[in-house]
Write a protein that binds this ligand. Structure first.
Ligand code: ZN
Length: 144
């Protein structure tokens, strides 16, 4: 554990996303318009289709998993921090099909059927993402 930061709870938001909207862009735009620089996100709902990712720890590349059918968002969990000076959403999802089978991973994009999102702002020193040479990912760092 190399980065520990004490944050205080800020504003709380519940919102419903528009049908046909793109879920990652919608949550990111809301965080940006509300000026949320750090926060936690969770949600439930349904997607018409989705693209999730699996990060290959050997090649340091995301493998894309396309899901071209309606799925329940049985769980969406993530956070908002700052990357390249702007609010950035990092979210993972578990999506369930009509049989109740699930697929999960890094949420790259998804077309909303309906979604109820909870955003909790956290107040403190902004969490900023910077490139980490070990993992090749943009992780939280102590640059400010
Ligand atoms: Zn991820």
């Amino acid at each position: 554990m190399s980065l520990v930061q004490e944050l205080k709870p800020g504003r709380l938001y519940l919102f419903s996303l528009d049908h046909d909207s793109e879920i990652v862009a919608s949550i990111t735009n809301l965080a940006e318009s509300l000026r949320v620089e750090a926060g936690v996100v969770s949600g439930i709902g349904a997607l018409q289709k989705a693209e999730i990712g699996y990060y290959d720890q050997k090649t340091h590349e995301y493998r894309t998993i396309e899901i071209d059918r309606p799925m329940e968002i049985s769980s969406l969990i993530g956070n908002v921090s700052i990357r390249d000076g702007k609010p950035f959403l990092h979210a993972h999802v578990t999506l369930a099909d009509s049989e109740g089978n699930v697929k999960g991973g890094h949420l790259s994009r998804g077309t909303v059927f309906a979604a109820e999102i909870y955003l909790r702002e956290l107040i403190g020193r902004p969490l900023e993402r910077c490139h980490d040479p070990t993992t090749d990912l943009f992780l939280w760092s102590e640059t400010r």
